[in-house]
Design a protein around this ligand. Structure first.
Ligand code: GAP
Length: 442
């Protein structure tokens, strides 16, 4: 797991360009010169990001009976962030380069300004990463509020609500996907570190004596999730934090790391948070946050194991890992070898010609497949070009409707990875694709 992968220094540029050119990810506010570090997800990107989140939700919530979902508010009062420790400790050390005046995170620059090479900086200042705002219409009079810097606190503040409404007992988890905001000093590397991003977090509440066992379980399960969705094992590794590097709440943290073009970097952190969060919120709110086991009469405060992933960061890793250039019949093509569950479109329907005769039957194919798969429909350009365009965005199957279809009621199905083509009767088409992908509800 620890072997060094081969880094492709150009991969970041290639994926960034492809993402923009094909409508995955755009610079936000581009027509106004761009708003640094914020991105908009285009027609293909929004499909893929939804698929990443859906794959996580399916494995965390849909396929399990011990985890339930939550969608908590993004805006929160100071009280939450005072109790969680974020007001006091969620800071980065900020320094200014004395020569070029650029601002940096002191711990990220190795003593040399990445912009001008100077080694002279101001003294580090602690900079809180939370975005502060105000609730209420009159400036200066409303209550201070914060945009959440993590989704996790919603699960702790709703612990008692979820417990009493679902009747779960430890070990059980609460999962949430949603936006988080951090005023990062040095956002960088495309969507790897941005000020607005999406997290997929799950807080798993366990009897304290079982915490270590569940911590190991979730480290392994989360590593496997990325492998199952197509990232080769040699592009992933586990990195256990040394005790002196642990966050203020953690009794142990292991990161799942991906071989990004700039080196190994974090995809997700799995932490044993002990009872830190429930204890803090119980003390600050005065509400008892315990689990009471009626069978044994035992009352205890569960420990929490937290797998915390970034949805936008995971999407970037899936794109990078899937990006390939290969040669087909002497021609170089770009292909995203995305798992079908993540691809923006699973199917493209491509009538061989724009002639109206093919429209009716193409519509029939779309009506048959659309309830089950996200389908693209493209009638422009030559068929060869259209295959390349679909390969480049990772569409696993292209279905070509031609003039023979009108007689034999069959279509050609082309496989993205092998480029092999087979003729399939229309009445077997859905089963044919589902055999290769598995069923999927719309
Ligand atoms: N509740 C724990 C927590 O939030 P974290 O390691 O700070 O832990 C979890 O964040 C994950 O969220 C990271 O592993 C990363 O994937 C994602 N993430 C954090 N900050 C991010 C940022 N500025 N931009 C994009 N993703 C980010």
């Amino acid at each position: 797991m620890d072997s060094a992968p081969v880094y492709d220094a150009e991969l970041l540029d290639k994926v960034t360009n492809l993402a923009k050119r094909r409508g995955f990810i755009f610079q936000s506010a581009e027509i106004y010169g761009g708003f640094r570090s914020t991105y908009d997800y285009g027609p293909l990107g929004v499909n893929m990001l939804r698929n990443v989140k859906q794959a996580w939700w399916r494995s965390m919530v849909q396929l399990r009976s011990d985890i339930v979902g939550l969608d908590a508010a993004i805006l929160g009062p100071s009280a939450i962030w005072a109790a969680s420790g974020h007001l006091e400790t969620f800071t980065d050390p900020l320094v200014d380069c004395k020569k070029c005046k650029e601002r940096w995170r002191e711990d990220k620059i190795d003593g040399v300004c990445p912009n001008c090479g100077s080694t002279e900086f101001t003294e580090p200042r602690a900079f809180n990463l939370m975005f502060k705002t105000q609730a209420g219409p009159v400036e200066g009079e409303g209550a201070t509020a914060y945009l959440r810097p993590e989704t996790a606190q919603g699960m702790f503040t709703n612990f008692a609500n979820v417990l009493s409404t679902t009747r779960k007992k430890p070990p059980f988890g609460i999962a949430q996907i949603g936006k988080s905001f951090r005023n990062e000093i040095t956002p960088q590397n495309f969507v790897f570190r941005t000020r607005e991003f999406e997290q997929m977090e799950m807080e798993y509440f366990v009897p304290p004596a079982e915490a270590q066992e569940w911590y190991r379980y979730w480290v392994e399960a989360r590593f496997r999730w990325y492998v199952d969705l197509g990232i080769p094992e040699d592009q992933l590794r586990l990195h256990e934090h040394a005790p002196e590097d642990l966050s203020h709440y953690s009794k142990g943290t292991t990161d799942v790391e991906f071989a990004f073009p700039w080196g190994w970097d974090e995809l997700e952190g799995v932490a044993n948070r002990g009872d830190y969060d429930l204890a803090q919120h119980a003390n600050a709110s005065g509400v008892a946050l315990y689990y009471f086991d009626q069978a044994s009469g035992e009352r205890y405060r569960p420990y929490v194991i937290e797998p915390a992933a970034g949805a936008t960061r995971a999407m970037m890793a899936f794109l990078m890992s899937a990006y390939h250039e290969d040669t087909i019949e002497g021609e170089t093509r770009t292909v995203l070898r995305l798992d079908w569950r993540l691809a923006p479109y699973q199917i493209a329907v491509l009538p061989l010609s724009k002639k109206p005769e093919l429209e009716g039957v193409s519509g029939e194919v779309l009506d048959m497949l659309r309830p089950h798969f996200m389908c693209d429909y493209d009638v422009t350009q030559s068929i060869g070009r259209r295959y390349r365009r679909q390969d480049e965005v990772g569409t696993p199957y292209c279905i070509t409707v031609d003039f023979d279809t009108l007689n034999d009621r069959a279509v050609t199905v082309r496989d993205r990875d092998t480029t092999a083509q087979v003729r399939v009767p229309l009445d077997e088409l859905l089963a044919h694709v589902q055999q290769r992908t598995g069923p999927r509800s719309a």
